[in-house]
Design a protein around this ligand. Structure first.
Ligand code: 0L1
Ligand code: MG
Length: 263
């Protein structure tokens, strides 16, 4: 059991209740301006522990955020961030996502990696990541920042588990050796109209580079990834908003499509 500092318990409760009650809240740093990135990850740990307990879920992987230079520039940072994926966040392609349980969701296209072996360390390379990867698949990540108008600082978004809420993975997993993972083109449509195009190269130049960064960050905190874990490697384009009745399809070169309908 993680030791949660007293002054972090209030923030954990605040963020947990915001998600549970489907309610946007003002950002944490408005009240706690001195919080550090390290403390934000400690708060994230506490929030995730509470979430796992109350939802009866288990950890099934990690997700990366702020992996594009454009988004980092927008936020005035030069680092990516990571959060965790829980079993209750995984949605099935053939079942609609329930928007009544979401605050102001957006969806973004990503490549999902599944590990064929454990991965932990502090000097892990992109090549190590590729070697440890069993297969990859097209994915859609739904992000739903608990903060009003999706406005936050780096510390806020880390504490909020990097806006994570849901994700869908396409049914076709392929070996990473069959495709140029660093140069996969993607077109994302909503209700048949193209909304975004992108490339896996937007993910820190190569998704495996982004994952290696996350593994090394985790390693520095004494953590690692396990065989079978899923990793959402980062958005390949801007996220788009959606609402009940919408259908989103992302089509990835060489990987096929992943879709999501919304009720
Ligand atoms: O998965 C993501 O890239 C989201 C990271 C947090 C930033 C955001 O909510 O837009
Ligand atoms: Mg994402």
């Amino acid at each position: 059991m993680t030791q949660v500092k007293d002054n972090h318990k209030e923030i954990i409760d605040y963020l947990f209740c915001a998600e549970r009650d489907v309610r946007e809240v003002t950002k944490v740093t408005d009240d706690y301006p001195a919080l550090t990135v390290q403390e934000a990850y400690e708060i994230q740990d506490g929030l995730l522990e509470r979430r796992l307990q109350e939802k009866g879920a288990k950890t099934i992987g990690v997700k990366l955020g702020l992996t594009s230079k454009a988004k980092q520039k927008m936020m005035g940072v030069d680092e990516a961030i990571y959060g965790y994926l829980h079993s209750d966040m995984l949605e099935l392609e053939w079942e609609p996502v329930d928007s009544s349980k979401l605050i102001h969701p957006k969806v973004e296209p990503e490549i999902a990696f599944m590990l064929g072996e454990d991965l932990q360390g502090v000097d892990v390379t992109a090549e190590d990541v590729m070697r440890a990867t069993k297969c990859i698949a097209p994915a859609l990540e739904v992000i739903d920042s608990r903060y009003k108008d999706f406005r936050f600082t780096l510390v806020d978004v880390i504490a909020d588990n990097c806006s994570s809420v849901k994700f869908v993975v396409g049914s076709k997993w392929v070996s990473p050796e069959t495709i140029d993972v660093g140069n996969i083109g993607m077109v994302m449509s909503k209700n048949g109209k193209v909304e975004q195009t992108g490339s896996s190269a937007a993910v820190l130049g190569h998704p495996a580079t982004a994952i290696a960064w996350a593994v090394n960050e985790l390693g520095a905190r004494g953590k690692g990834l396990k065989k079978g874990d899923i990793i959402l490697s980062g958005a390949m384009s801007e996220a788009i908003a959606f609402e009940a009745g919408d259908t989103i399809v992302a089509d990835f070169d060489g990987l096929g499509t992943v879709s999501m309908s919304v009720k």
